[in-house]
Design a protein around this ligand. Structure first.
Ligand SMILES: *Cc1c(COP(=O)(O)O)cnc(C)c1O
Length: 391
């Protein structure tokens, strides 16, 4: 009898296909931006996290080239051994200044920042309270830490408080962990109330500002700034890869926290330092976030316009540039995504298991033109008219 221990892979893929859960990549053949070339066609892009339109900006490209010429393509080692450059430190100081924290630390990605930070600050004697819709990297960081993890209902701070009341005393340290803008919905966490609960129950608070940095708050520092919580002691995590148009992650907080992480976060210690190109372009992006608030104004104006146009359609609650249209099943979501694509709009269908309920997710950019938003709204309206007739 010859058994093949890899046979299960094909079976699993078949199951994924049957459930309409199958996913694959699509090749973009142009600079990132509000309009991209995909499969040879020009499409309006509502699938990008590049909220401010910086990932294709000449100034970031120049900064990346300059850093590459000066320091090479690779950092050639971990930060502690041989990979550290002044450029990394300059970027960390720029992040700390934007966030109004004592210090900051850059990781090779936001995912690694979350894994490394959470697993460093709590362990098996500790407790994590985690919003049920938190990003995968926060959930996996919690697993890696070995701490007891209890999920509370999405954005439900009453449920969080109940669970703290029931459980906090049984553990040594406790961390409350939440996305600030939830990436698959676009709704936002009440950061101020979350911090208050953390203070009341002697917990650390970790807020993941991945989608909020550059977008929320007067200076683009994120939801912590937006809710007037700058200067409070907490742990802010985020990415350089969304509104900042580069690649990498960061943690911002107290000098002691950052010093501790440099000594205890394995996903920072045992990995190669951020490349010079990514570091240089992220640093340039932070300067632009500060000096060009008009980009944020344009972004929020575009968000307002789209939400107004779709006011009679089943939008999920959102207070951010992520706007989702709820659909009853994955097949319908795929159908609408296909229709949008055939009419010149690129926006992803987000389906289980990523989210419980299928949806199309539109990410608005500062650089979208009014006609492009109009085009999107028109196609959606037509889709609902025809699907009503079919029923
Ligand atoms: C995108 C994202 C991350 C991961 O950041 P990367 O830099 O892309 O690895 C982490 N947390 C949240 C909430 C995100 O949306």
């Amino acid at each position: 009898m010859s058994k093949n221990p890899y046979n299960w892979i094909e079976k699993s893929l078949t199951t994924i296909h049957r459930a309409n859960w199958y996913r694959s990549v699509q090749t973009i053949q142009s600079l990132p931006g509000s309009r991209i070339k995909l499969d040879g066609r020009s499409l309006v892009n509502f699938a990008s996290n590049d909220y401010l339109g910086l990932a294709g900006d000449d100034r970031l490209i120049e900064a990346a080239i300059e850093a590459t010429r000066e320091f090479g393509t690779g950092s050639s080692g971990s930060r502690l051994l041989s990979g550290h450059r002044q450029l990394h430190r300059d970027l960390e100081l720029a992040i700390a200044q934007l966030k109004q924290t004592e210090d900051a630390l850059v990781f090779s990605s936001g995912y690694l920042a979350n894994l490394g930070t959470i697993s460093a600050i709590v362990g098996s004697r500790d407790l994590i309270l985690s919003d049920e819709y938190n990003h995968s990297s926060l959930k996996n960081g919690a697993k890696l830490s070995g701490a007891e993890t209890i999920a509370y209902r999405h954005l439900d701070l009453k449920d969080l408080e109940d669970k703290l009341n029931l459980n906090r005393d049984k553990y040594r340290r406790c961390a409350i962990v939440s996305d600030s803008i939830f990436s698959m919905n676009g709704d936002i966490c009440q950061v101020k109330e979350l911090i208050k609960l953390a203070e009341k129950f002697d917990c650390m608070a970790i807020v993941d500002e991945a989608h909020a940095t550059g977008v929320m708050g007067e200076t683009g520092a994120g939801c912590v700034e937006y809710f007037g919580c700058s200067g409070k002691e907490l742990i802010q995590i985020g990415t350089l890869s969304k509104a900042l148009g580069s690649l990498g992650g960061y943690v911002a907080g107290s000098r002691l926290l950052i010093d501790f992480l440099r000594n205890r976060a394995p996903s920072w210690i045992y990995t190669t330092a951020l490349s010079p190109a990514d570091t240089g372009s992220a640093k340039r992006a932070i300067e632009i976030v500060k000096s060009e608030p008009q980009r944020r104004d344009r972004l929020w104006n575009n968000v307002k316009i789209l939400k107004q146009k779709l006011i009679n359609y089943p939008l999920l609650p959102s207070q951010s540039p992520i706007v989702c249209l709820g659909l009853n099943n994955p097949a319908l979501a795929l159908d609408l995504a296909d229709k949008l694509k055939s009419e010149g709009i690129f926006a992803p269908a987000i389906r289980p298991p990523t989210v419980p309920k299928s949806r199309i997710r539109f990410s608005i950019m500062a650089t979208h033109q009014p006609e492009e938003i109009e085009q999107l709204a028109t196609i959606i309206k037509r889709f609902y008219q025809t699907s009503k007739q079919e029923n």
